[in-house]
Write a protein that binds this ligand. Sequence first.
Ligand code: FES
Length: 158
Amino acid sequence: MIPISLKQELQQRITRAVTNREAAVDVMKELQRHYGWLSDEAVVEAAELLELSPLQVEELATFYEMIYRRPVGRHVIHVCDSISCWSLGGESLLQQFEQLLGIEVGGTTADGVFTLLPCCCLGNCGNAPAVMSGERQLGPVSPESVPALLAELRNTLR
Ligand code: FES
C-alpha cells in the first residue's frame, strides 16, 4: 500500500491532467518507483487512482517497455537493439553486458542489482549504440566502457 502522501500527490497530478489516461504512465512510474516494479497490487492501486479498470491499466503497462510487470534489479539496463544501434555494434555491446553480468538478456543478477533488457529505439540514435539506465540516457557506449559503467552504477547503491 502506498503512503498517503504519495497517494495525495498522484491525485493532484491526475486532477491536473486533461484525462485520467493521460496521467496513467506518470502514475505507473511513480508506483513502480515506490515498489521497485509494477506489482499486481500496484496495478489495482493505479486503477483506483485513475478510475480505470485494472485491465485498462494492465493494457497500458504492457505497452510501455519501461514499466516492469515482474520484479527487476535495482538498476535496469536497457540496451537498444533497433537499427542504428544494431548497425554500430549494439549486438556485441549486449553480449558484453551478458558476459560481465553473468546473465542472459531478460535476466537479473543473483544479487538483485542488475536486470538486462533489450529495448526499441531510445531516440538517442545520434549517440548509438545507446543504453538507458533509470532516467539516464547513455551513448555511445563501447564494450570497453561497460566495466566502468557497471562499477559506477554499483557505487550509486552504497
Ligand atoms: S536506434 Fe538506438 S537509440 Fe535509436
